[in-house]
Design a protein around this ligand. Structure first.
Ligand code: ADP
Ligand code: ZN
Length: 614
């Protein structure tokens, strides 16, 4: 074995926490707070750990589990994820298993026997199982020494995923009062935090709250024009990468997935209207890198741990910043640069506002309006988007320019839109006051002086606003309409798609209110230049090496029936491709190469690298 030491279950204190990090997981350094959390847990405290998605929560309880004798019981809400979690541990040579309804009686019996023999360090179960009387009794026999509660926000009704069973875990705590507990979540609101401490009966817990900044994520907003063509261009420019496209409706999920696939990007839909079997299959294809893109409604998310999602596109504007942050957070868990693109138009904003107006309950409606207003503020700010998001969550920001969002990389051009706004608003006003209802295109026709059939037939050539807007292109007028919709000066009737001047618009017109518009940004066709937080620029040779390594990884993963990331993460393959190690010793210094993987895969990957370099 390449490693110089073997870890046993009795005298593990020879291994420092850093040694364990490298030996088992192959990592050179801790992510923020990982060490502090693991050390607090090792010292026997109850711990509450709030880390963002991708913050590396698993290591926080896995390291203590490995460094001390006995079994760690891990409570995890998603049966579908347990297998992947356990596969990932097993690939690192860690003795872990799970018990749930997906395994047959025979397999379960084997695992129970192995638990009786004390062969595992970690056991994953759902809360329901942990509370079964027989199971509770077995825990003592299995020498359980620690309790880890993943996705601990499930205990709270204030979270986004309340599971009543989580509340009952208090019973387990009472029956085994000596077990220290570590509760982990990515949901950081105070109410959720209080609920976790209260309902899980944490005793004088040490609390750790990491920054929710995700520096490797690049946030951008693009003016949404011909949205599906923009999406195709976006995905094509990243055809080798995995991405999630969030949409509002099941129909768009289906439609976009079909279009992407037709143009050569393998994509599948994911939404609550699909049969569970098909949903699970589409997710599986995505996790295994068989397809590139998932077009999903918000039903997609918690069940996915795929670390190499390189981009998240919001095809429709989310209803809240919370939702936006959660969904974009699924990009770049492996820490590599990843992109979050929001396609946004004033028309979408108006559509959302229209839906919200239908909410009957006053309080609920006002709440929804407030949340949407915040989201629209983020979508249209000319300032740093990251600072905006972090401030929204009440986190103090060190700098107001992150260097890795569209506004920081390329400050938006502002133009004086006062005259344009007046022309537009009064044109809509005049057309309506003559008793016509009008769509965007017709308004633009009148402004730019086009004598279309309709303009002539309706006599709109003699409106005072006819032909007064020739200084701007149709595209520019479209963008101004979009801004005025966003600001609530215009409304769009969603059924008839006609423009209406609002009270607000009328007031603006009367007051001759000054307007400033952002020059619209249309979607980037190719991959934009990398900014801060980006990887070292890849050379063509690195790129070839990466592709070759990716091929080897996929083959190994398929042979073992595991997702590719279980073999090595993209981050690890990228580093290999850049460093081109030529010996096992050199390979071991790469982040993500632990001793078991070194022994198991080292030669295979070294050979693949040699072939590319030669
Ligand atoms: P979370 O549950 O907080 O979203 P995970 O525990 O799934 O995060 O970790 C996210 C990814 O980061 C995984 O691929 C994991 O292997 C990797 N990771 C965790 N800790 C480190 C570290 N210290 N160095 C490098 N990669 C890490
Ligand atoms: Zn920024």
């Amino acid at each position: 074995m390449a490693a110089g030491f073997v870890v046993n279950d009795t005298g593990v204190d020879t291994l420092t926490i850093e040694d364990a990090l490298k030996h088992y997981f192959g990592y050179e350094s801790f992510r923020p707070l990982q060490r502090e959390i693991a050390e607090a847990a090792l010292a026997g405290s109850d711990v509450l750990a709030l880390l963002p998605t991708g913050g590396g929560k698993s290591l926080c309880y896995q390291l203590p589990a490995l460094l001390q004798p006995g079994l760690t019981l891990v409570i995890s809400p998603l049966i579908a994820l347990m297998k992947d979690q356990v596969d990932a541990l097993t690939a690192n040579g860690i003795a872990a298993t799970y018990l749930n309804s997906s395994i047959g009686g025979e397999v379960a019996a084997e695992r129970l026997a192995a638990l009786d023999r004390g062969e595992y360090k970690l056991l994953y179960v759902a809360p329901e199982r942990a509370l079964m009387p027989g199971f509770l009794a077995s825990l003592a026999r299995w020498n359980v020494q620690r309790l880890a509660i993943d996705e601990a926000h499930c205990v709270s009704e204030w979270g986004h995923d309340f599971r009543p069973e989580y509340r009952r875990l208090a019973a387990l705590r009472r029956q085994y009062p000596h077990l220290p507990a570590i509760a982990l979540t990515a949901t950081a609101t105070d109410r959720v935090r209080d609920d976790i401490e209260r309902f899980l009966e944490l005793r004088d817990p040490q609390r750790f709250v990491a920054s929710f900044n995700r520096p490797n994520l690049r946030y951008s907003v693009f003016e949404k024009r011909e949205a599906s063509a923009q999406l195709l261009a976006w995905c094509k420019a990243r055809s080798n990468e995995s991405g999630i496209v969030y949409v509002q409706s099941r129909n768009s999920a289906e439609d976009l997935a079909a279009r992407l696939t037709a143009s050569g990007i393998q994509a599948r839909p994911y939404h609550a209207g699909l049969a569970p079997r098909e949903r699970a299959r589409n997710q599986e294809l995505f996790i295994r890198d068989e397809i590139r893109v998932i077009c999903a409604t918000i039903a997609f998310g918690m069940g996915i741990d795929k670390p190499n999602v390189r981009y998240v596109v919001h095809y429709d504007v989310p209803k809240t910043i919370e939702g936006y942050y959660q969904e974009t957070g699924r990009a770049g868990r492996d820490g590599l640069p990843s992109e979050c693109a929001l396609f946004f138009s004033g028309g979408d904003a108006a559509k959302q506002r229209h839906f919200i107006r239908q909410i009957e309950d006053d309080r609920e409606r006002e709440q929804a309006e407030r949340l949407l207003r915040e989201m629209l503020g983020l979508a249209s700010t000319p300032h740093c988007r990251r600072a905006h998001v972090l401030q929204y969550f009440g986190e103090p920001v060190e700098t107001l320019e992150c260097g890795n969002c569209d506004n920081c990389l390329q400050p938006p051009e502002r133009i004086d839109g006062t005259i344009a706004a007046q022309k537009l608003l009064s044109c809509v006003y005049r057309i309506r006051s003559r008793g016509f209802s009008t769509g965007e295109q017709h308004v633009i026709d009148v402004l730019t002086g086009r004598e279309t059939e309709k303009v002539v037939a309706w006599g709109h050539t003699d409106l005072s606003t006819f032909g007064i807007g020739t200084e701007f292109s149709r595209d520019a007028w479209q963008a101004f309409i979009s801004e005025l919709l966003r600001m609530g000066c215009l409304e769009k009737d969603p059924e008839r798609r006609t423009l209406v001047l609002t009270e607000e618009g009328l007031r603006a017109l009367k007051e001759q209110r000054p307007f400033e518009f952002a020059k619209p940004r249309v979607v980037a066709r190719a991959k934009s230049k990398r900014g801060k937080g980006a990887a070292i620029a890849a050379t063509p040779l690195d790129e070839r090496a990466f592709e070759a390594l990716r091929g080897v990884r996929k083959r190994l993963a398929d042979e073992q029936g595991v997702p590719p990331y279980v073999v090595f993460s993209d981050a690890t393959l990228r580093e290999m491709a850049a460093q081109k190690p030529d010996s096992l010793t050199a390979l071991r210094s790469i982040s993500g190469v632990g001793d078991v993987k070194l022994e198991r895969y080292g030669d295979i990957f070294l050979r693949a690298l040699r072939e590319v370099v030669d």
